[in-house]
Structures are given as structure tokens and as C-alpha cells.
Design a protein around this ligand. Sequence first.
Ligand code: NI
Length: 252
Amino acid sequence: MIDTHSHLFEEEFKNDLNECIKRCKEKNVNKIILVGFSCETNRLALDLSKKYDLFYPTAGIHPSEAGINYQNDLNDLYSFVKENKVYAIGECGLDYHYGKDNIDYQKIVFKKQIELAIAMDLPIIIHMRDATLDTYEILSRYKGKIKGVMHCYSGSVEMAKEFIKLGMYISLGGPVTFKNAKESKRVAVEIPLEKLLIETDCPFLAPTPYRGTRNESSYVALVLEEIARLREMSASEVDEITTLNAKKLFNI
Ligand code: NI
């Protein structure tokens, strides 16, 4: 298994990271994409990846980080990805959940990161919250040139199919295990397995039965098991294909 979206460099893991990694290995989680979201966390992801061979770092600027200093942040990102090996650009995208005050900055920073990913021939990791149509509209301008993943996707089956047409994979996390997550369960069944990825987004969004507690990368096994159950397939079949998808997308 590959956890395609993890923030194991966060404070929450500073006391037991080695045990977390041990639990990953026990669960057959052998590769983990460490996703940066700011100048500081891009560096943390990179540094940690140098210490452990199961980690693959990315670098990006989260929409909630997009503000008046965006040009400085972009310049930092440009030099960071030039000087260091990263496996994707992101997470980046649009987030209107906490308001639209910085919407213009969000859009600029998002577009610049898409263009960076295209220039570097890297996948993009998309964070999208309460901003489906604007995200779709911006991505569609780059149709045919982009590849990437809609991370922790929580939208409709119909929109998932539209994002796939733009070159995106659909990644499911802990919420697919929640009892009331009807639409996510539909996505898990109706999207072609060749377009699905699995992730944790840890430390957030722990799957059932750990909902509400700290999430960690080994719990991606619970996401896999739920998708297998919903699709009436064996976990090993779903594992094989989603692992192959992740290897292909991130070139690992
Ligand atoms: Ni994240």
C-alpha cells in the first residue's frame, strides 16, 4: 500500500514517529507521500524524507497560505523545487470554507503552481474545499497538459468523472469509512479502480474506528479495506491496482 497524502512531519508525531513507521511496515504500507503545504512544511517534508527511505516529499502552497506575500512564497517555492527533488507540486488549490477574503490570491497562487507542475512535468496534488466549480474551471484551462490527484475527494460521482477527464486521479481517505458518507461510498464503487488512490491526510480525518483521534499513515489500510468491501473485491486486488496507480502518477 501507498499512503498518497500524509503529513507525518507534523508536531503530532514528534514523540512516536518511529513507532508510526513500524506500524506502517506491519500493515504493508511501504511508501508514503509526504505532502508539504507551506515554505516551512516543504522543508520539513524534504528533511524527513532524507532520513527514511519510505518517504517521498512534495512541495506546495496551500490556498489558506495565499496572501499578500504570495510572490515571495512563490519565489521560494520555485527555488526550492529547482534545488531539491520533489515528487509532486502541492498541495495547492482552492478553499472557500473559511470565507473568500483571499480568493484572488488563492487563484493566482493555484494557477502558478499548475504552471510550475507542467513546466517540471510533475503531478499536482489538489486541495479543494467548497470550491468545486472554480477548481474545475481553472484546471480545465490546462486540459491535456496536467496530471494529478484530487486529494481527499468529497464531491459527487459526476464531478469526479469530469476531473478524471482532465487528467486527475481521485483519492479517498478516512471519510469513506464514515457511516453517513454516502456519496464517498458511491465514488469508491463507481469510479474506475484504475483512477483511484488511497490516503490518510494524517494527522487529520482518522477513519472508523479511530474517528476523532489522531490519524496516522498505517490507517490507510482501513481505507483500502472499506473500498474493497464496497466493491466486493479482495483487499489484495484493490491494493495491487491502487498501488500501481500511485507508482505511475508519482513516478516512484
Ligand atoms: Ni493535506
